[in-house]
Design a protein around this ligand. Structure first.
Ligand code: HEM
Length: 705
C-alpha cells in the first residue's frame, strides 16, 4: 500500500512538473514584455531531451540534435538537458554574449545530475576566486619560459618515441599523443608532493608554483591541488584528439598534405643547415601549419559546447533566458554554420588566409571566450605543431610517399578502433590516382559480432543516405553553378563591351587632358614675359613708392610754405592799393619828367643858340680886336665883349630864358634844385619798378611808408 502511494506521488510529480514549468513560462511571457522564452520542447519529464542529445553526441553526426531543432525552432531554442531546463544557442551572437557576460549574469555550472555522474568531482570556481586562478594560470601558460621548456621536453620525448615506431607495428596516434599527457600528469603530481615536502619555491617554475606562491589565503592547498588536476583534464584528451584529427583531415586532402609537408620540410632543412634547434617561435610561425590547426579546430570542435547558468533573467536578441535556467552554447553548430563558412564540411585550411575571416572572432570559438577563455590556447597550438612537425619530417626522410603510406596505416588502425569512418581508407579518397598505396596486412581478427555488423550496416546506410543527400546537393549546386556561369559569361561579355566603351572614353579623356596640358604649357610660356614685366613693375612700384614718400615729405614742406604764403597773400590787397597809389605817383612823376624833358630840350636849344651867338660874338670880338690892333680907336675891349656884359655872370645882359619863374639859373650851382628833383623822381620810379617786379615775382614787400 505504501509503495502504491509512492507510485502515485511519483506519477503525479512527473505530470505536474512540466505543467508547472509551462505555466511559469506563460506567466513570464505575458507580463507585457515583447521578449519571450525561445521556442522548443522540454521533452520527457526529468529526462527531458537528454537521451537524444547523448545518442546524437555518440553518433557520426553529433550536430544532428542541433540541426533538427534549429530548422524547427530557430537558432536559439529551449530544451531540457541533464535535469535542467536549458536554452540552447547555435547563434554566434547570442553565444558570444553569454560567454562575455560576467558572474552577475551567468556562472559556470554543470547540471547537478552531470556533476554527480562525473567520478572526478569538478571544482567550479566563479567570481573573484575564479578570476585570480585564471589570471595566474593564464600568464604562466603564456610565459616564454614555459613554452621553451615544453618545446624541449616534447622534442626529446617525440624523438625517442617515434624512433621506436616500426613499419610492421600498429601505431595509435591518439594514444601515443595521450601518453605524453599521462607522463605530464604524473610529473605534476610528483612535483606537487615534492613541493609540499620541501616547501614553496620562491621563483615559480610551474603552474603549481604559481598557485602556491600566491599570497592570498583563499587559495588553499586543497583548492590548488584540485584545480591542478582539473587543469590537466582538458589537456589530457583535447590535444591528442586534435592531433589525430589533423592527421586524418590532412590525409583526406592531398593538396593540403603536400603543402603541409613542404612547409615543415623547408623549416627542417633551414634549421639543419644553420645547425640550430627549433624554438617554439619557429613552430607557431609556420603559416600553413597554423591554418591546418585552425581548420581542424573548426571542423572537429573538440569542446563542442559549454554550459552556463543564468543568475538573473537575461534578455538577448528578443529572447528571455530565465533565472536558474542553463544555457548551452554550441560551438559545433556555429563552426559548421553555412551562413558563416562556405562549404562548412569541407576541410579547407586556405579559408583562413582571408583576414576578415580571422578577424570575425565570435564565429570561431573553439577555446570559448570571455573570462573563461581557455588559457591553454598557445600551448595547444605549440604542442600540436611540434607533434605534426616531427611526425611529417621524421617519416619523410625516406620519401614523402612513405609519409602518406604511414598516414594510411595509422588511419587504418584508427578506423579499426572505430574513431574515424572507414571511408577514410576504404577507397583512394584524397590520394593522387597514380601514387602507390601500399596496404599493410592487418593482423588477423576474430569475425565480428552480428550486432556489430548490423550496427556497421546501419552506419553504412546512414552514410549512403548522407552521401546521396550530398550528391543531390552537389547536383543542385552544379546546376546552380552552371546557371551562374552562363549569367557570369553574359555579364562578362557585357562588361567587355562596357570596358571597351570606358577605354575609348578614357582615351578621349586622356587626349583632351594632353591637349589641355599642352595649352597650359604654352600659356605658361606666354605668361613668362608677363611675369618678367610684373617683376619690373613691382620694382618700379617700389621706386615710385619711395618717390611718393619723398614727395609726400616735400608736399608737407610745400603745404607749410603755402600756408605761410596764404598768410602773406592776405597782405596783397593792401599792397595793391599801395602800389596803385605809387602808380599814380609814378604817373605824376612821369608827367613831370616829360615836362622837364621838354623844358630841358628847349633849354638845350636856347643854349645851343646862345653858344652860337657867343661864338659869333667871340668871332666879332676877335675881329674888332684885330681891327683895333690894326687901327684902333682906343676903346677898351674887356672881357664881356663889346656889349659890356659878362657871360655867365649875374649881371649879364642876357637873362635866362626861364627867368625867376623857375628859380633856375644857368650857373651850375643853381641848377641843383631843378635837377635834384628830377633825379629824385627818377630814383623813385626806379625804386617802384623794382618793387612791382618783386611783387609780381611773389616776393615779400614791406611798405614802410
Ligand atoms: C584542443 C585543445 C583545447 C581546447 C579545444 C580547449 C577548449 C577550452 C574551452 C572551450 C574552455 C572554456 C570552458 C568554459 O568556458 O567553460 C577551456 C577552458 C580551460 N582550458 Fe582548455 N582547451 C584545450 C586545451 C587545454 C589545455 C592543453 C589546457 C592546459 C594546459 C587547458 C586548460 C584550460 C583551463 C584551465 C580552462 C578553464 C579556464 C577557466 O575556467 O577560467 N585547455 N578550454
Amino acid at each position: 500500500m505504501e509503495n502504491c502511494w509512492e507510485i502515485v506521488l511519483f506519477v503525479t510529480t512527473i505530470i505536474l512538473f512540466p505543467a508547472v514549468i509551462i505555466l511559469y513560462q506563460r506567466k513570464r511571457c505575458s507580463n507585457g514584455s515583447r521578449v519571450r522564452i525561445p521556442l522548443g520542447t522540454l521533452g520527457w519529464p526529468y529526462v527531458g531531451e537528454t537521451i537524444e542529445f547523448i545518442s546524437c553526441a555518440y553518433s557520426d553526426r553529433p550536430e544532428k540534435f542541433m540541426e533538427k531543432r534549429r530548422r524547427k525552432y530557430g537558432k536559439v531554442f529551449k530544451s531540457h538537458l541533464f535535469g535542467s531546463p536549458t536554452i540552447v544557442s547555435t547563434d554566434a551572437e547570442v553565444s558570444r554574449f553569454v560567454l562575455q557576460s560576467d558572474a552577475r549574469a551567468f556562472v559556470t555550472s554543470l547540471p547537478k545530475s552531470l556533476t554527480d555522474m562525473l567520478e572526478n568531482s569538478i571544482m567550479l570556481l566563479n567570481g573573484s576566486l575564479h578570476r585570480r586562478f585564471h589570471g595566474l594560470l593564464g600568464s604562466f601558460f603564456k610565459s616564454p619560459h614555459l613554452k621553451a621548456k615544453i618545446t624541449l621536453d616534447m622534442q626529446n620525448y617525440l624523438k625517442e618515441t617515434m624512433g621506436n615506431w616500426r613499419d610492421d607495428h600498429r601505431i595509435c596516434i591518439q594514444d601515443e599523443a595521450k601518453n605524453a599527457k599521462k607522463k605530464l600528469i604524473e610529473l605534476v603530481r610528483t612535483i606537487i608532493q615534492d613541493k609540499r615536502r620541501r616547501g614553496i619555491s620562491v621563483t615559480p617554475q610551474d603552474a603549481a608554483d604559481v598557485l602556491l606562491t600566491d599570497a592570498s589565503e583563499e587559495l588553499t592547498d586543497d583548492l590548488i591541488s584540485g584545480n591542478i588536476i582539473d587543469l590537466m583534464i582538458p589537456g589530457e584528451d583535447s590535444v591528442p584528439v586534435l592531433i589525430a584529427l589533423a592527421i586524418k583531415y590532412l590525409s583526406d586532402y592531398p593538396l593540403a598534405l603536400q603543402q603541409f609537408i613542404e612547409e615543415n620540410l623547408e623549416l627542417k632543412r633551414v634549421k639543419d643547415q644553420d645547425g640550430e634547434h627549433l624554438s617554439w617561435n619557429d613552430y607557431v610561425s609556420l603559416p600553413f601549419t597554423q591554418m591546418v590547426i585552425t581548420e581542424t579546430l573548426r571542423m572537429a570542435s573538440i569542446i563542442p559546447a559549454v554550459i552556463r547558468k543564468a543568475m538573473r533573467d537575461v534578455e538577448i536578441k528578443g529572447y528571455l533566458i530565465p533565472k536558474g535556467w542553463c544555457v548551452l552554447t554550441s560551438f559545433t553548430a556555429v563552426h559548421l554554420d553555412e551562413n558563416l563558412y562556405d562549404q562548412p564540411y569541407q576541410f579547407n585550411p586556405w579559408r583562413w588566409q582571408d583576414k576578415e575571416m580571422c578577424a570575425n572572432s565570435y564565429s570561431f570559438t573553439p577555446f570559448g571566450g570571455g573570462q573563461r577563455l581557455c588559457p591553454g590556447v598557445d600551448l595547444v597550438r605549440l604542442e600540436t605543431s611540434i607533434f605534426l612537425h616531427h611526425f611529417v619530417t621524421q617519416f619523410s626522410e625516406q620519401s614523402s610517399i612513405n609519409v602518406k603510406n604511414s598516414l594510411c596505416r595509422i588511419l587504418l588502425q584508427m578506423a579499426g578502433r572505430n574513431r574515424i569512418p572507414r571511408d577514410a581508407f576504404d577507397n583512394r579518397r584524397g590520394y593522387p590516382p597514380e601514387g602507390p598505396l601500399v596496404r599493410v596486412p592487418l593482423p588477423r581478427q576474430m569475425p565480428p559480432h552480428p550486432a556489430m555488423l548490423e550496427e556497421e550496416l546501419e552506419m553504412q546506410h546512414m552514410e549512403i543516405r548522407r552521401l546521396l543527400g550530398e550528391n543531390r546537393r552537389l547536383v543542385e549546386d552544379r546546376v546552380a553553378l552552371q546557371r551562374e556561369l552562363g549569367a557570369a559569361k553574359e555579364e562578362l561579355h557585357h562588361m567587355n563591351v562596357v570596358i571597351g566603351d570606358i577605354r575609348a572614353e578614357q582615351e578621349m579623356h586622356s587626349r583632351e587632358l594632353i591637349e589641355r596640358g599642352l595649352k597650359l604649357e604654352a600659356d605658361l610660356r606666354a605668361t613668362e614675359s608677363i611675369r618678367n614685366e610684373a617683376v619690373q613693375l613691382r620694382a618700379e612700384v617700389k621706386k615710385l613708392n619711395a618717390t611718393r614718400q619723398d614727395q609726400a615729405g616735400q608736399i608737407q614742406n610745400l603745404s607749410q610754405d603755402l600756408a605761410k604764403l596764404k598768410a602773406d597773400n592776405q597782405q596783397i590787397p593792401r599792397m595793391r592799393s599801395e602800389i596803385d597809389g605809387l602808380h599814380q605817383e609814378l604817373m605824376r612823376a612821369r608827367n613831370a619828367i616829360d615836362y622837364e624833358k621838354k623844358a630841358n630840350i628847349e633849354l638845350m636849344e636856347q643854349r645851343q643858340a646862345m653858344e652860337k651867338n657867343l661864338v659869333s660874338m667871340a668871332r666879332e670880338v676877335e675881329k674888332l680886336r684885330a681891327e683895333l690892333a690894326n687901327g684902333g680907336d682906343g676903346r677898351p675891349w674887356g672881357a664881356g665883349g663889346a656889349y659890356g656884359m659878362k657871360y655867365s655872370s649875374p649881371e649879364g645882359s642876357f637873362p635866362g630864358p626861364y627867368g625867376d619863374g623857375y628859380g633856375a639859373h644857368l650857373g651850375g650851382a643853381d641848377k641843383g634844385p631843378l635837377y635834384g628833383s628830377v633825379v629824385f623822381y627818377l630814383n623813385r620810379v626806379h625804386y617802384l619798378r623794382q618793387l612791382i617786379g618783386k611783387v609780381e615775382a611773389g616776393g615779400k614787400v614791406y611798405l614802410l611808408s
